[in-house]
Design a protein around this ligand. Sequence first.
Ligand SMILES: Nc1ncnc2c1ncn2[C@@H]1O[C@H](COP(=O)(O)OP(=O)(O)OP(=O)(O)O)[C@@H](O)[C@H]1O
Ligand SMILES: Nc1ncnc2c1ncn2[C@@H]1O[C@H](COP(=O)(O)OP(=O)(O)OP(=O)(O)O)[C@@H](O)[C@H]1O
Ligand SMILES: [Mg+2]
Ligand SMILES: [Mg+2]
Lengths: 227, 227
Amino acid sequence: MIELSDIWRTYTMGDEKLHALAGVSETVEAGEHVAVMGPSGSGKSTLLNVLGCLDRPTSGSYRLAGREVAELSDAELSRVRQREIGFVFQSYHLVARLDAAANVELPMIFAGVSRSERKERVRRALEAVGVESRSAHRPAEMSGGQRQRVAIARATVMEPKILLADEPTGNLDSASGAQVLELLDRMSAAGLTLIVVTHDPGVARRADRVVILDDGCIARRMPGSEV
Amino acid sequence: MIELSDIWRTYTMGDEKLHALAGVSETVEAGEHVAVMGPSGSGKSTLLNVLGCLDRPTSGSYRLAGREVAELSDAELSRVRQREIGFVFQSYHLVARLDAAANVELPMIFAGVSRSERKERVRRALEAVGVESRSAHRPAEMSGGQRQRVAIARATVMEPKILLADEPTGNLDSASGAQVLELLDRMSAAGLTLIVVTHDPGVARRADRVVILDDGCIARRMPGSEV
Ligand SMILES: Nc1ncnc2c1ncn2[C@@H]1O[C@H](COP(=O)(O)OP(=O)(O)OP(=O)(O)O)[C@@H](O)[C@H]1O
Ligand SMILES: Nc1ncnc2c1ncn2[C@@H]1O[C@H](COP(=O)(O)OP(=O)(O)OP(=O)(O)O)[C@@H](O)[C@H]1O
Ligand SMILES: [Mg+2]
Ligand SMILES: [Mg+2]
């Protein structure tokens, strides 16, 4: 499903070069649940952005469902981002002037889902993460953890094949965190390919396997049970 | 040092009233280290905003160092926010067009600290949280955890009497999280009054005592050791 081969992502500033990713190779099979851990600044978000086709590697190959991403047309890339991949950003990136329901609806509008179908799917997505009571509120009128959950609802509403979640429980208490993890488990059991960046060992433990990044490289791999 | 008496903070939207804080009374002595926990949406950030003089309660009394905050002049409030209180926001609120060093320098410029003194204090503040290597970079060029640590450096650089930290380790791995907690411990040992909102029991455990919010009320209090 996902094959990364010698991926580099380098930022050049003046004569300073920073290798956010320094030769990452990894394969993720369809339906696998992988956790990515590592120190702050080790390249986890960068890796997720490359996987989500939101950032192009400086070099290396990324094959998604057998096709080299760098060779996809704009239309094909657009379709992949709209329908195949859901993304939960570390800083949410909700649209400030839209309420929670409109934020969750947005991916369906882009993908051409009919209006009659959208309303119910928004409701169910918000309910699954426990923020239905905030659906008419804009991000500024919500708590940090409520915004995080709206971002998760938005990422899941298109029922993507792959979900990339960048620290999805970072601002959640144990109860709402557990609700989110149970949702992810249900989606995983239904065949979703799930890659979760997390600092929380309790979250990483639920994965099939864990990849540890350090300074842009994969330093270690282990089964989830060994975390 | 801090005396809250029957604090309410109500949001009214149409005929809907939401009591983000519903009668909170609490006293925090100078030098105490208090953790605030509770479900997502329970009022923790709202409480911190009231304590930080960034939000006015709908009703109730807040006495800070013996003075009723509602009766302070604009000049006095300004001085309190600039010199007495440091605030780490749940979503950091760094200035996007300024690099890390300039962001940390900002409170000192507002408070009239001399230029010669500022440079060294910025360097030490960034170093104490392990992000000195990113000092010439803007927030967009940093990882989530690096931004969080710059926000912490900015909040501590004026050596305030009170530090209010809204989930300061939420995006940090165990190593950088530990570095931040050790910094907070050192400041606490030096007499800082410290109030930390956290979802992490490991962070709450380090406090003298813990206050649990639920639906805008204090549901429970316990010593840190009992978390
Ligand atoms: N401007 C606003 N208008 C209406 N409701 C608001 C507004 N700001 C916050 N709220 C609501 O007030 C309640 C308390 O919010 P607060 O941000 O204090 O929660 P919190 O305990 O910090 O949550 P979290 O752990 O998710 O950060 C939430 O239900 C939130 O939706
Ligand atoms: N636009 C940029 N220009 C320069 N350096 C950048 C840029 N974006 C990210 N970086 C750097 O790349 C490195 C990896 O960043 P990344 O966001 O992937 O880390 P991370 O593992 O997600 O960290 P965290 O756990 O703190 O979120 C960091 O050192 C960061 O400062
Ligand atoms: Mg990150
Ligand atoms: Mg909050």
